[in-house]
Design a protein around this ligand. Structure first.
Ligand code: UDX
Length: 435
């Protein structure tokens, strides 16, 4: 069996590498020629734990990386993991996925195969039926369900654990019509992930499952962040003890209750906005989702207020931002709250120095010469009026009196409470701990 994966971002490249490492005959396809070159030489275009290792195992087996779409003509399964970013009004941008399926349709027109096209990209309900299916049928001149299969197969992997999540997903969702292609897809996934539950449903439900998943996670985070803000005003109260305890209730669950500066990254903020936009368009006022988003957007102001209440005006104050990646173990700064914070602080004319164990290069791509960067935490803190911990990198937990000695004013704002149990000779503020 030959498998194609189209779009070599986090989702596509993780899938390509995992499938190829298991000895499958895989073709990874991306329009970006330079990216393909890099991947072909065993280098991942972004940092993701274990990805390169998996990719290199695959490259020694039956993996081809190419920008040549025509190679999908011999494939039995074609996964599409094209990006679906966000338009300025919050709506979903479908141009990349439309291009990808148009190319697949053209190749299908000349192919003798009857492949299954599986869409992993996040798309709003109705997109499969109203956009993707018609493009594929029109361009190929073939009928879905008879001459090729079309299945919604949303992805739930998290950056920083993308390989583990691809190897051991918690669920497989297959959306579409109950055809022979669905049976084949079910059998493929049962062999690949023998003990994983498979939900078989229609396209629109599969599409909605992905949004339900991400919007619920976002809701948990905004919930705990709002409680964290309340705790901050109750002297002695500690949000972590509260989260740990309520997380023991199986009805609540322990994950995604880590209070912080708000959710960022390439998915949660985008998917929330797309779902809100979609709900509004179909005449549903998404009051809860709106509140979740608003709570998230306001969280950053909480941080700026602590700074202004302690430092006064921020103009000319040297502020060290520790962590710009949207979460630890990634170099991704897309929609990172730290990036938003820096933008706000620059408007207030603060002088920013940044340290991040992995994301300095990507941060430079955003701010260039407008801020300073340092590979060493201690040097980044030199002469600083305030250090703010934004990302939960475990290295930041090693900060001690020696490393902050060179600060001009020893003021630490800890958005992740990493230093909460340390005795530091500093003014210490932590989100979620009452003063
Ligand atoms: C998310 C979904 O979790 C994943 O299922 C989907 O496939 C893609 O989007 P990811 O973008 O990798 O994954 O990030 P995630 O781990 O969900 O974190 C998102 C943001 O929420 C980060 O900024 C993170 O710091 C924040 N977060 C997460 C918290 O502030 N507290 C938490 O308890 C969890």
């Amino acid at each position: 069996m030959k498998i194609a994966v189209i779009g070599l971002g986090f989702v596509g490249l993780s899938l390509t590498s995992v499938l190829a490492s298991k000895g499958n005959n895989v073709i990874g396809i991306d329009v970006d020629v330079e990216k393909c070159k890099k991947i072909r030489s065993g280098i991942a275009p972004f940092f993701e734990p274990d990805l390169e290792k998996m990719l290199r195992i695959g490259l020694k087996k039956k993996l081809t990386i190419t920008d040549d779409f025509s190679l999908v003509k011999d494939c039995d399964m074609i996964f599409v993991a094209a990006g679906t970013p966000q338009k300025s009004n919050g709506a979903i941008e479908l141009s990349m996925i439309k291009k990808a399926v148009t190319s697949i349709g053209r190749v299908l027109a000349k192919s003798k195969k009857s492949p299954i096209v599986l869409i992993k990209s996040t798309v709003i309900p109705g997109t499969m039926q109203n956009v993707i299916l018609p493009i594929l049928e029109r361009r190929s001149g073939k009928k879905a369900g008879r001459e090729f299969g079309l299945i919604s197969n949303p992805e739930f992997l998290q950056e920083s654990s993308a390989i583990r999540d691809t190897k051991f997903p918690h669920v497989i969702v297959l959306g579409g019509y109950q055809t022979k292609f669905m049976k084949k897809a079910k059998s493929f996934f049962s062999k690949l992930h023998p003990n994983v539950s498979i939900t078989i449903t229609n396209h629109q439900t599969a599409e909605m499952i992905k949004y339900a998943n991400n919007s619920f996670l976002a809701t948990k985070i905004s919930f705990i962040n709002q409680l964290s803000n309340i705790c901050q005003n109750i002297p002695g109260a500690n949000i972590d003890d509260i989260a740990k305890t309520i997380g023991l209730d199986p009805r609540i669950g322990a994950l995604f209750l880590n209070a912080g500066p708000g959710y960022g990254g390439s998915c949660l903020p985008k998917d929330m906005k797309a779902l809100i936009d979609f709900a509004n368009k179909i005449g549903i006022n998404p009051t809860l989702l709106n509140a979740v988003e608003k709570t998230n957007q306001k969280q950053i102001q909480n941080i700026v207020s602590i700074m202004e209440n302690t430092l006064g005006t921020l103009a000319s104050k040297r502020i060290t931002v520790l962590g710009t990646a949207f979460k630890p173990n990634t170099d991704d700064v897309r929609d990172s709250i730290a990036i938003e914070l820096i933008k706000k602080l620059l408007k207030k004319k603060a002088k920013i120095t940044v340290h991040d164990p992995k994301a300095i290069r990507n941060t430079k791509n955003v701010f260039g010469g407008k801020i300073c960067y340092d590979e060493s935490i201690t040097r980044a803190l030199n002469n600083s009026h305030c250090a703010i911990i934004m990302t939960q990198w475990k290295q930041f937990g090693e900060l001690n009196n020696k490393s902050i000695k060179c600060m001009k004013r020893k003021l630490i704002i800890d958005c992740r409470r990493i230093l909460a149990n340390k005795k530091l000779d500093a003014e210490y503020y932590a989100l979620g701990i009452g003063k």
